[in-house]
Design a protein around this ligand. Structure first.
Ligand code: FNR
Length: 351
């Protein structure tokens, strides 16, 4: 099967397998404040990840490109949405364009459409420094995401089976490239052990992309005859992963992603320690099924509702939202307690 066909398969199967809604956010309860002393107009949504300034904590996470005309159209539409809503956008893995120059246009359209926007390049951890530089140059990207996708590769019938040397290659990229490097998962979560290894080699932004939203084991299993069902329930939930990584590497910028759909998920991800959130599958579904205008309205409404939620919590900035008290219950409480993260620190803090 060609790489281009595989990209279209991923989109199709992402839409049919959907989002699990098991990212752990139901376990998080925010503490209401009856005297917030704020107006909704006081709320500022701008944030920082590493040295990057974002006008909104929401960005469109990596999805596509490299699948011919249809992926060109999708990337163009997403770039238009990002421009209107003034949010960042990551493209899907650019390896196809590095291997086949004819596919480059399916990514370059993003920069053409949004010349001044915040755009992230994307490659897997098999990438060399040279390939990473090409990916950044292709888009004049503001940062590059390096994705980790061991489970997807294992379930993919034609996937990689050798994951050695990834950390070393990421280290070389971090030290040779002039834009920030974001290391991201693809829906299985980052553990504290992985976070520590990444920070030790100089990574300053981690996207946990946890379990509970788009499930790449399910997507790849759709393409197999003999299914690897056990990987369908594999991974660290987004909520647990954000809190665990924040606890382990408190000075590293964290992006929360994996199953984020609404302002409540966004607010909770931020209270657990994220500085921004990436949304992929839910935005894709909205665009593919309801069109570009509906996606724009959804994002604008999400911004408004996040402002109202922050007002009710008494947090006027994203930084303050990161410090509001939250009570952690259920499976997420048990996970974090077993991993020696003291949940009472979240529930008793002041800001
Ligand atoms: C993805 N994702 C992804 N990630 C990445 O780093 N490079 C890629 O090429 C892709 N490709 C891709 C295609 C499709 C169709 C989807 C839906 C997703 C993963 C994505 O960025 C994100 O990490 C996960 O999807 C989890 O977030 P959501 O979808 O639950 O918001």
């Amino acid at each position: 099967m060609s790489r281009a066909q595989r990209k279209m398969d991923h989109i199709q199967h992402a839409l049919t397998t959907g989002q699990l809604r098991q990212s752990g956010f139901d376990d998080i309860m925010m503490v209401h404040q009856s005297l917030p002393n704020l107006a909704t107009t006081d709320i500022q949504l701008n944030t920082k990840i590493g040295e990057l300034s974002l006008s909104s904590p929401i960005f469109i996470n990596a999805m596509t490109g490299g699948g011919g005309e249809r992926t060109w159209e999708i990337n163009k539409a997403l770039a238009e949405v990002a421009k209107v809503c003034n949010i960042g956008l990551a493209v899907g893995s650019q390896m196809s364009a590095i291997k086949d120059r004819d596919e480059a246009a399916t990514y370059e359209i993003v920069r053409k459409t949004n010349p001044n926007g915040l755009i992230f390049a994307n490659l897997g951890s098999e990438a060399t420094v040279d390939q990473a530089k090409k990916a950044v140059d292709m888009l004049e990207a503001n940062a590059i995401q390096i994705h980790l996708n061991v489970i997807q590769e294992l379930v993919m019938p034609e996937g990689d089976r050798d994951f050695s040397g990834a950390l070393k290659r990421i280290e070389e990229i971090v030290h040779s490239i002039h834009v920030p490097v974001i290391v991201k998962e693809t829906g299985f979560g980052i553990s504290r052990e992985t976070a520590t290894k990444l920070v030790d080699i100089g990574v300053s932004i981690i996207d946990v992309s946890g379990y509970g939203g788009t499930n790449f084991s399910k997507i790849e299993n759709e393409r197999r005859t003999q299914k690897l069902e056990f990987f369908n329930e594999w991974g660290i939930s987004t909520a647990a992963s954000i809190a665990e990584v924040k606890h382990t590497v408190p000075h590293t910028s964290i992006i929360g992603s994996g199953g984020i759909q609404n302002p409540m998920d966004i607010a909770k991800a931020i209270t657990l320690g994220a500085s921004a959130v990436g949304m992929a599958g839910y935005f894709l579904k909205t665009y593919m099924e309801e069109g570009q205008e509906t996606l724009i309205q959804l994002i604008q409404q999400t911004h408004d509702e996040l402002r109202w939620m922050m007002t009710a919590l008494g947090a006027s900035t994203i930084e303050q939202l990161q410090h509001v008290p939250v009570v952690i219950t259920g499976q997420t409480y048990h996970w974090l307690t077993q991993r020696r993260v003291d949940c009472s620190e979240f529930s008793n803090r002041t800001f």
